[in-house]
Design a protein around this ligand. Sequence first.
Ligand code: MN
Length: 287
Amino acid sequence: MNKQIGSIIPRPSRPNMVGDGFRVFNFIPGGIGQQRISPFLMLDFAAEHNFSPSERERGVDVHPHKGFETVTIAYKGSVAHHDSAGNSGVINPGDVQWMTAGAGILHKEFHEKEYSRKGGPFEMVQLWVNLPKKYKSEAPHYQALTAEGMGKVKLADNAGQVNVIAGIFNGVKGPAQTYTPVNLFDIKLNKGGEVSFSVPEDHNTALLVIDGTIDVNGQSAPRHSFVLFENQGEDITIRGWENSVVLLLSGTPIDEPIVSYGPFVMNTQEEIYQAIRDYQHGKFGVL
Ligand code: MN
């Protein structure tokens, strides 16, 4: 049975600036709400934007995270990151950085130096994935998932390609290790190309049209729209009316209370107060 579409949400009229490097349209929680789309807490879409050349890297300076994971998906442009656990790296087009903030981390994210100098198109998604209570105190760590390391599915009839970041697409696994079942598929369709797959009925499921115009289960979804599915049916068919890029996300809901305060996401208000105290007392380390 086709997965039923709940709503097709257009891009918000105005972006928000996150620091000075990320010009983002927010879709989650947006008008959806965090419980409805659990385990996903936030989705910011830095839609394609041309940054002018700059000797000073644009970005977001030191900020904390606790109790969840941040997933950065690079389509165009490059981001350099550093954290209080001593990790650093560069996320290039096709790469995904999956950071488990867990017990708490300090983080900064800037346009990579060479990209900054040249300027040019920049396109990214940042997705926050919640952790269940029993994993919220995990030691922070990263998975640096490279474009080459993704699960690859070449679609028949030159329809396009799917890069499986997390979960299972038609039997092909993605490299990301997740704490709860999550699918994250980077779907690229050629003009007229079609793809069909299934995700479990109980998964909260959505897709973002990064580029192109698509039909999904018979309904039209324009460029930069966000399609929220009902938890009915399993089958999804997408057709690209032009060369199209789609990000599909789905996951098993985490059936726990969500109490969030900016970059801290816990189960109770008391845990939020504790997180703020820990942060203020330097327990997230130094960056
Ligand atoms: Mn961050």
